[in-house]
Design a protein around this ligand. Structure first.
Ligand SMILES: Nc1ncnc2c1ncn2[C@@H]1O[C@H](COP(=O)(O)OP(=O)(O)O)[C@@H](O)[C@H]1O
Ligand SMILES: [Mg+2]
Length: 236
């Protein structure tokens, strides 16, 4: 069943329209990539879903029209957003950041189990649970941002450039953990990534954006085999 559906979605910042027609769908438990050059509208697409920009067109989540909802209403429906630049709370500790992710929940025992799960998923965070987020490395902050989003127990995770600014080995580690999270939790994912090779290790299908429109959709294998995709996003 389709969990998230975007059809002809437009979005504007003030008078400036930057999305001109985005169409994509994420099946329940599926993982879908959003690829495209800098400025193509990837981040804005995630912000449109989260209710952070003014949108037009069709946005449906779990069969329900979510256009015009405020960010906290979207989050309450079960959509968690890991923004570009991670968005962890620097003055709070790792453990406190994870607790903030669970702030809508009341199931204290399950919350404690999920904290343990995050620390198992990202062992690097184990020895840092008492450290402030601001003191973590970029990779650790990205891990924490993913863990915090998981703590909300969403049905859909929006991930914006989880590999940005990380050393290649660290980016691989982060993606391996996200793959494991996907398999073990069944959470659906919409994954914005400039590094298409890395995205293809996680997603089943992907949509390519060009100047605010979706222009191509295919399976990871189909897209990885296309010359124009290789040239534009895979470094030849
Ligand atoms: N807050 C903003 N105000 C005005 N224009 C913006 C804002 N954020 C992004 N844009 C513009 O919207 C377009 C799409 O940006 P963005 O969604 O961030 O692209 P991507 O994530 O693919 O790099 C770009 O032309 C960018 O300059
Ligand atoms: Mg972006």
């Amino acid at each position: 069943m389709t969990l998230l559906e975007l059809d002809g979605v437009t979005a504007s910042y003030g008078p400036v329209q930057v999305l001109e027609g985005i169409s994509l769908s994420v099946p329940e438990g599926g993982a879908v990539g959003v690829l495209g050059a800098n400025g193509a509208g990837k981040t804005t697409t995630l912000r449109a879903i989260s209710g952070a920009v003014r949108t037009g067109g069709t946005l449906r989540f779990d069969g329900r029209d979510i256009k015009g909802l405020r960010p906290e209403q979207v989050a309450a429906l079960g959509i968690a957003h890991v923004p570009e630049g991670r968005g962890t709370l620097g003055q709070l500790t790792v453990r406190e950041n994870l607790a903030v992710g669970a702030y809508r929940r009341r199931d204290r025992r399950a919350i404690a189990e999920d904290v343990d799960y995050c620390l198992d998923l990202f062992p690097q965070l184990q020895e840092r649970v008492g450290s402030r987020a601001a003191a973590l490395s970029g990779g650790e902050q990205q891990m924490l941002a993913v863990g915090r989003a998981f703590m909300a127990r969403p049905r859909l995770l929006l991930l914006d450039e989880a590999s940005l600014g990380l050393a290649p080995g660290t980016a691989k580690t982060v993606y391996a953990a996200i793959r494991r999270l996907r398999v073990e939790s069944g959470i659906a994912m919409l994954v914005v990534e400039q590094n298409a090779n890395l995205a293809f290790t996680l997603v089943d299908t992907a949509t390519v954006l060009e100047t605010g429109r979706s222009v191509l959709t295919g399976t990871s294998a189909e897209l990885a085999g296309k010359d124009e995709i290789r040239r534009a996003y895979l470094g030849g």
